[in-house]
Every structure is written in C-alpha cells, then in structure tokens.
Design a protein around this ligand. Sequence first.
Ligand code: FES
Length: 128
Amino acid sequence: MSQNTPNRMPEVAVKAASSTASYYERHVFFCVNERKPHEDCCAQHQAMQAFEQCKSLVKAAGLAGPGQVRVNKAGCLDRCAAGPVAVVYPEAVWYSYVDAHDIEEIVTSHLKNGQIVTRLLTPPEAGR
Ligand code: FES
C-alpha cells in the first residue's frame, strides 16, 4: 500500500460488523418433516400444530418481527430420534417437545424472557 492509497480498513470493519448483526433476535425452526405412512417423523407427532401454535403465541405476545422473533418451518433437522424437535438460534438450543403446554413454556420462558427450558432440552447425543 503506497502513501497515496487511502486506508479503507475502517469502512471494511464497519461493513463487516453490520453484516454480522442479527436481523432477528431469535430464530426458531420447527421440523415439520413428513415421511411415508408408518415411517416415524416429526409430522406424525403434531409438529405442524406446534409450529402454528408457536407462531400464534409469538405474534400474540408482540414478539414477532425484525429485531425480535421469527418462527419458521424446516425439513428434517436430522435429530429424528428425539422428535418432534425445534431449535432456537442464536443460542442453538434444541428442544424436544410433547404437547401444547411445552410450546407455551418455550415461548414464555425462552422467547419472551430468555430463560432456556431445561426440562425440554434434546439429549445431546440424539441424532437420526
Ligand atoms: S423428521 Fe424431524 S428431525 Fe428428522
């Protein structure tokens, strides 16, 4: 770099910092994968209903939108053995839920108040 070349590092650093800022504070992905009849999958355990419930609760709580929470459907997350599962980012917290009460607790405790629901954590070794 010559003495006449402007130093662009500060501008580059600003762009890098802004590109790493999270558009959503938290992003939740529900596996709603459906396999052939008689093949186990999250869809057979009311995953779509759980996704819809979570989305509704987040919206009703005023948590939905940029800078807050986004709830999305996902295909197989490859943790089927612990399904139905959902994962919350940026913390990368995996949940194995059973019923509507579990979804309410995830929304109220984790998505609203930032407290992980430890009783619903997916076992770390659970895979496909
Ligand atoms: S079917 Fe849901 S994690 Fe694989």
